[in-house]
Design a protein around this ligand. Structure first.
Ligand code: SF4
Length: 358
């Protein structure tokens, strides 16, 4: 790791501000200074690409244009407007926080770091980004992009996922941050990380700070950010069921806590792996688990996978037809109409889109 003098820090900040003034990306949340809308965009952008977020942001803001409209909406409707973006706990915490802002702060997003940071789901990054962009506060916003950029700029020899690397980079960004221009500076880093200082093959020749970047000067871009080898993601295996009763299908709500909390799913049962499908035992297990009476033999439909950040699901899908409404108390048969207002995880939507006509 190298250290920089004050003049060089100033040069880096100026180069980033000039780059932002000349080349900033045109994004819908940059057409406003409304802290609520900027907050929504920052929450959507966590772990999600800008191109994916844009249509969701527009739709969400059209339906919930301000704190009050979001605060008054039901949980189900809010989650429905997030469907497909994933990481659903983000929107639930946002909804919770917005309700608190409506009730405690009269609908105005707090402009003080400590008050805003205390709201559900608001971390250092979100607070720093929103307050600097919307209120012009001198707050840093260090996310994965900033970690990558400054790990390279300073040749930080610490695992980028470690608390130590975060502390080092945050301190460096605090030193560089040009007072009065934190919003533009933070957004310049976001743009640089997304378009030039990319994960692989950074475009250093187009980078506004290439002459001041340690990794570029020492031709060690590939070495930074330093990453410890990741543990393999575990896979969980399930049998999932598309259980028809005429045009209605059986669905189940997931538990409040945990992955896809309170969202709807096709009923499913954990299993050991993908080894030979024994239809007799599946038939029996499904009857017992979901308290259904099966009319026709189980039909195997195919395999589906979905990777979350820390676990992968592998599901074998089976089709079952029933003619009785009898089912377990945590399940229910729903019509196509009811189904369209419910929010399902991506893997279940893929299964339904393939085998049910909407
Ligand atoms: S010079 Fe290259 S490695 Fe350094 S910040 Fe710019 S794009 Fe990233």
């Amino acid at each position: 790791m190298i250290t920089w003098d004050g003049e060089l820090l100033h040069e880096i900040a100026q180069a980033l501000l000039q780059y932002y003034a000349a080349k900033s990306r045109q994004l819908p949340w940059r057409e406003t200074t409304d802290p609520y809308k900027i907050w929504v965009s920052e929450v959507m952008l966590q772990q999600t690409r800008v191109e994916t977020v844009i249509p969701y942001f527009k739709r969400f803001i059209t339906r919930f244009p301000d704190i009050h409209s979001l605060s008054q909406a039901t949980d189900d409707e809010v989650v429905k407007y997030w469907e497909g973006l994933g990481y659903y706990s983000r929107v639930r915490r946002l909804h919770e926080a917005v309700r608190e802002v409506d009730e405690t702060y009269g609908g105005s997003v707090p402009s003080e770091f400590t008050s805003f940071r205390l709201l559900p789901g608001v971390g250092d990054y979100t607070a720093g980004a929103v307050l600097s962009i919307a209120y012009g506060k001198d707050t840093v916003a260090v996310d994965g992009n900033a970690m990558r950029v400054f790990s390279r700029v300073y040749c930080v020899n610490e695992d980028v996922a470690s608390a130590n690397a975060k502390r080092i980079v945050t301190k460096m960004v605090q030193e560089i941050l040009p007072p009065g221009y934190a919003g533009q500076f933070n957004q310049a880093v976001m743009d640089l990380g997304a378009t030039i200082c990319t994960r692989s093959r950074p475009k250093c020749e187009s980078c506004p700070i290439h002459a001041m970047c340690c990794a570029n000067v020492s031709a060690t871009q590939d070495r930074y950010p330093v990453k410890k080898p990741k543990k393999a993601t575990p896979t969980l295996f399930y049998h999932a069921f598309l259980i028809h009763n005429d045009d209605r299908i059986l669905v189940r709500q997931r538990p409040k806590k945990g992955l896809l909390g309170r969202m709807w799913e096709l009923p499913n049962l954990p299993c050991e792996g993908t080894s030979i499908v024994d239809e007799e035992s599946i038939y029996h297990d499904a009857m017992m688990a979901f308290s259904i009476k099966i009319d026709r033999p189980v039909v195997y439909l195919g395999e589906y996978e979905h990777a979350f950040s820390h676990v992968k699901w592998h599901m074998q899908l089976h089709e079952i037809c029933v003619s009785s409404d009898e089912c377990a108390s945590d399940c229910r048969f729903v019509s196509p109409n009811e189904r369209s207002s419910m929010t399902f995880g991506t893997i279940f939507n893929r299964m339904m889109q393939e085998f049910i006509s909407f």
